[in-house]
Design a protein around this ligand. Sequence first.
Ligand SMILES: Cc1cc2nc3c(=O)[nH]c(=O)nc-3n(C[C@H](O)[C@H](O)[C@H](O)COP(=O)(O)OP(=O)(O)OC[C@H]3O[C@@H](n4cnc5c(N)ncnc54)[C@H](O)[C@@H]3O)c2cc1C
Length: 282
Amino acid sequence: MLPRFQYHKAETIEQALDLLARNSPDARILAGGTDLIVGMKEGDCTPKHVVDVKAIPELRRLEVGADGGLAIGACVTVNELLELEDMPPGMAALRDAASVLATHQLRNRATVGGNIANASPACDLGPPLLVLGAAVSAASPSGRRTVSLGEFFTGVKRTCLGVDEVITAVDVPPPGDTVSAFVKRRRTRGHDLATVSVAAALGGGRGLRLGLGAVAERPLLVEVAGDVGDVEAVRGAAVRAALAAVAPIDDVRAGAEYRRSMVELLVGEALDLVAERMRGGG
Ligand SMILES: Cc1cc2nc3c(=O)[nH]c(=O)nc-3n(C[C@H](O)[C@H](O)[C@H](O)COP(=O)(O)OP(=O)(O)OC[C@H]3O[C@@H](n4cnc5c(N)ncnc54)[C@H](O)[C@@H]3O)c2cc1C
């Protein structure tokens, strides 16, 4: 059963910050609620105050800038992201991941900010946003700050956000000539969290980056050295770098050994998809 709490609806960032400050540490932010409400029902968290930030216009912004960068307001839903017609092709990994996040109905509520703030090691948007070099902007009573997504994730369901901070946006820099892809393994053909996921991005002047989900305490970014113009030339180094970085555990979704073998397989699949897209397919 859902424990009792007081619901507050913020219309502006300032109102949200004020509500959080006045009710801290017993307040939690609500976006789509697809993680928070489940957690409250299961007794994982029992906030006395819930601050709904979905109606704040700044958090609903979604646009591709003149430079090709993408600004995603924290409360943009996963389906709104998928419906963005002019998403730069270099951000294909983000589209791949959004399209396999839960179900269509859930994606109508689930937000981009909620997905990363919840900081599950298996969150689908973490790996693609990491390889695309995304940064997270947040507001607090002491001002605004921006951190790289790599710094943002600090552990299992932990981030660098303070209790008084609200994510305002996730910004993806212009991808340039980046080619990217995301692949995910799950226990069923239907919707499920990842047992392992891998994003890969090549080009954009930043070499080969891998984003690894569900194989460590947080989504991992791995940068791979080598001839970055050629997928085949970096394949072996990419698998070795990924395996050296991961620290999988046994849990209800998969065993650690299975996860290690899936890392090897999925890095290969992600690179195959990148190679196909470089040839104009996929
Ligand atoms: C049946 C089911 C299937 C799912 N399948 C998947 C899946 O396949 N892949 C996947 O990645 N996830 C999955 N999820 C998890 C969930 O849907 C996503 O993580 C979703 O993106 C969370 O977004 P939300 O808006 O619902 O977050 P909420 O539940 O509203 O919030 C989640 C957390 O983030 C905090 N938060 C939210 N917005 C902000 C903000 N602006 N600033 C600071 N903190 C904030 C909240 O306080 C809370 O702690 C699934 C969930 C369910 C119930």
